[in-house]
Design a protein around this ligand. Sequence first.
Ligand SMILES: Nc1ncnc2c1ncn2[C@@H]1O[C@H](COP(=O)(O)OP(=O)(O)OP(=O)(O)O)[C@@H](O)[C@H]1O
Ligand SMILES: [Mg+2]
Length: 250
Amino acid sequence: MPMMDRVVAWISHERCTCNKATDYWERYDNKKKEIAERERLEEESRKKRERIERLLGNSGIKKRFQNRTFKNYEIDQGNKDAYRNSKLYAENFQRFKETGEGIYFSGGFGTGKTHLAVSIALDLINKGTPVICMTAIDLLAQIRKTYDKDRNVSEYQILQVYKEVDLLVIDDLGKEYCSDWAATMLYDIINDRYERCLPTIVTTNYDDEKLVDRLARKSNYETAGAIVSRLHEMTMGITMNGKDRRKERS
Ligand SMILES: Nc1ncnc2c1ncn2[C@@H]1O[C@H](COP(=O)(O)OP(=O)(O)OP(=O)(O)O)[C@@H](O)[C@H]1O
Ligand SMILES: [Mg+2]
């Protein structure tokens, strides 16, 4: 072998092919692939977070909600299962992300639905997961704003972040005035996430049946039914029966 070829062979670490070395190189290659994949996912998450920040700012969580964490959630007999399941959900989010399973928090006013949903969102945001957490009213308002002439963000861009974010939290579903347009938008977002198998968390005062009525407003029963049917399949239900903590405080 000429001198130059020998040098190149040495620099490129020609691999020994004995059994022990083959095992070693296999593990080495797998580890390298694993690191590259982790870096790719981290970069993807970073880009998504930047896009959310640019288009919506602060993941959509308003100031009043920023301190609704697991830490300051008071546990009582009525909410301990809801608390435990929400905490487990946040801790095992990667598993739920793979299956696309979300949560359907339902129950009366002031029972802690939003507090738990926001606690999950904040916990994941702190770990670097891209999350959007907004009321259904704000979520629709962000789309509507894109129709302003001087806005250089398109409806498509906003819809894409709702459709692609790792976790979408829709707070207070059913409270919005649900015109045909609003029902179609909500269907588009939820159906897309359903098809992509991405998790969605919903909080609402209504059970399945009542939510269909709220979303249909007498004219969109098919769309409303399709939304609720998908949510049913995409989420585990957590029903909150506790006291109204707002009343308790006043
Ligand atoms: N277990 C709890 N520990 C501490 N604070 C709580 C708890 N449950 C609710 N709260 C507080 O009570 C207020 C109302 O709770 P929250 O907004 O979560 O209710 P909700 O079920 O979403 O009500 P609504 O149906 O009206 O939206 C909030 O300030 C929240 O932080
Ligand atoms: Mg709420």
